[in-house]
Design a protein around this ligand. Structure first.
Ligand SMILES: COC(=O)C(/C=C/C1=C(C)CCCC1(C)C)=C/O[C@H]1C=C(C)C(=O)O1
Ligand SMILES: O=C(O)CCC(=O)C(=O)O
Ligand SMILES: [Fe+2]
Length: 357
C-alpha cells in the first residue's frame, strides 16, 4: 500500500531556501523563525570523546569479532546512532552520489521544480511534512525518491539531468541495501536472535532515498535545517557530504549532541520499527539538523523498512514479565501512512504504536 494522504492540504507558499539565500537576506522570513524553545543553541560543541557517537567497524563484524558485536549492541542500546567504517561501499561510489546530488541541487530552480513534491507527499523536490499554513518551515531543500519495491517508484520524478543521476542512485542504493541487510543480521546476533530473523520477517523491504540540501543561513540561531524527529524506518543510513559543515545533532540525556563527520563513514540510526520489534530495547533517537552561517551542507539518507504488508509488534523473545509488551501490533503500511501524514514532531509519531501504561 503506497502511503498517500487523501485529505485536502493548504500549505500556502513555501519559499525555496536556495532561492531565498541568493538574495542574502539579513532578516529571515517569519515562517522559518522558530519559537524560542526550539531555537538551536550555537555554543561550541563539546569535544570530549564521551560525547562522540560510537564507531562500529563493519570489517570486524564480517570477520566474526564477538567484541564488535558487543560494541554494536552497546551502540544500539545506549545511543541508537553509530558510525560504520569499512562498510564495503567504495569511496568512489560515495563521491559519485554526492556529486550527482550536489549537481541536482545546483540546477536552476525551474529545472528542479519539474519534479515537484505534491503537498502532503514525500517524493520529489520540495519540503516534506508540511501540512498547514502556520507550520514552521525547515531551512532545507529536499529531493526524495521511493526505490523498492518497484511499485513505490514514480518514474516521472526521476531526473534526466544530471545525466548520471538515476544510474548512480540505483547503483548506490543496491550497495546500501546490502549494508542494511548485513547490519540487520549483526543486530539480530547482538540480541541473541537468529541471524536471518529480520530478513525473513521484512519480505521485500521498502527502501527510499532522500537528499537534503541546507544552504548557509545568515541567522542559524533562529532556524532549524530539519525539525526534530525519529525515523519511521527500521534502519536509516546517512551519508554526510565531504566538505559539509557539522549539522546533524542527536538528543541524548536532554542535550543536543553533534555528529562529527568521519570521512567515508556512514551514520546509521535505529528507526521506530526496530524500537517496536525489540520492545524498546533498541530505541529510535530524536535528531535534527542545524544550519551554518557560511557553509552549506548535504546529506544523503536511505530509509530501510519492512514491506507494507508486514505486521509489526514486539518479538516474543524480547517480552517477559520483566519486560512487558510496550507496543501493540499493527500493519507497517498503516504506520507508513501515519508517519507521512503527520508533521515531524520528535518521537510523537510512535504514539501510534505505544500501549499507554
Ligand atoms: C524523514 O522521513 C522521510 O522522509 C521518510 C520517507 C520515506 C519514504 C519515501 C521518501 C518514499 C516512499 C516511501 C517512504 C514512506 C518510506 C521516512 O521514511 C521512513 C518512515 C517510514 C514509515 C518508513 O518506513 O521509512
Ligand atoms: O541531514 C541530516 O543530517 C539529517 C537528515 C535526517 O534526519 C532525515 O533525512 O531523516
Ligand atoms: Fe532522520
Amino acid at each position: 500500500m503506497a502511503p498517500v494522504p487523501v485529505f485536502p492540504i493548504k500549505v500556502g507558499h513555501i519559499d525555496d531556501v536556495q532561492e531565498l539565500r541568493k538574495g542574502k537576506p539579513t532578516t529571515i522570513p517569519e515562517r522559518f523563525v522558530r519559537d524560542m524553545a526550539e531555537r538551536p543553541s550555537l555554543s561550541p560543541a563539546l569535544s570530549s570523546s564521551t560525547t562522540d557517537i560510537p564507531i562500529v567497524d563493519f570489517s570486524k563484524l564480517v570477520k566474526g569479532s564477538k567484541d564488535e558485536v558487543l560494541q554494536l549492541a552497546n551502540a544500539c542500546e545506549k545511543w541508537g546512532f553509530f558510525q560504520v567504517i569499512n562498510h564495503e561501499i567504495e569511496p568512489s561510489l560515495l563521491e559519485s552520489i554526492e556529486k550527482v546530488s550536489k549537481e541536482f541541487f545546483m540546477l536552476p530552480v525551474e529545472e528542479k521544480q519539474k519534479y515537484p513534491m505534491a503537498p502532503g507527499t514525500v517524493q520529489g523536490y520540495g519540503q516534506a511534512f508540511v501540512f498547514s499554513e502556520d507550520q514552521k518551515l525547515d531551512w532545507c531543500n529536499m529531493f526524495a525518491l521511493g526505490l523498492e519495491p518497484d511499485f513505490i517508484r514514480n518514474p516521472k520524478l526521476w531526473p534526466t539531468n544530471p545525466a548520471k543521476f538515476s544510474e548512480t542512485v540505483d547503483v548506490y542504493s543496491r550497495e546500501v541495501r546490502k549494508v542494511c541487510k548485513n547490519l540487520l543480521k549483526y543486530i539480530a546476533m547482538s540480541l541473541g536472535l537468529r541471524e536471518e530473523i529480520f530478513e525473513e520477517m521484512f519480505g521485500v523491504a521498502v527502501q527510499a532515498i532522500r537528499m537534503n540540501y541546507y544552504p548557509p543561513c545568515s541567522r542559524p540561531d533562529l532556524v532549524l535545517g530539519l525539525s526534530p524527529h525519529s525515523d519511521g524506518s527500521a534502519l536509516t543510513v546517512l551519508q554526510q557530504g565531504k566538505d559539509s559543515s557539522v549539522g546533524l545533532q542527536i538528543l541524548k540525556n536532554n542535550s543536543w549532541v553533534p555528529v562529527q563527520p568521519i570521512p567515508t563513514a556512514l551514520v546509521i540510526n535505529i528507526g521506530d520499527t526496530i524500537e517496536v520489534l525489540t520492545n524498546g530495547k533498541y530505541k529510535s533517537v530524536e535528531h535534527r539538523a542545524v544550519t551554518h552561517k557560511e557553509k552549506d551542507r548535504l546529506s544523503i539518507v536511505t530509509f530501510y523498512a519492512p514491506s507494507y504488508e508486514i505486521e509489526v509488534g514486539p518479538m516474543a523473545e524480547l517480552v517477559d514479565e520483566n519486560n512487558p509488551c510496550k507496543y501493540r501490533r499493527y500493519n507497517h503500511g498503516d504506520y507508513s501512512k501515519h508517519y507521512v501524514t503527520n508533521k515531524l514532531q520528535g518521537k510523537k509519531t510512535l504514539d501510534f504504536a505505544k500501549i499507554q501504561a
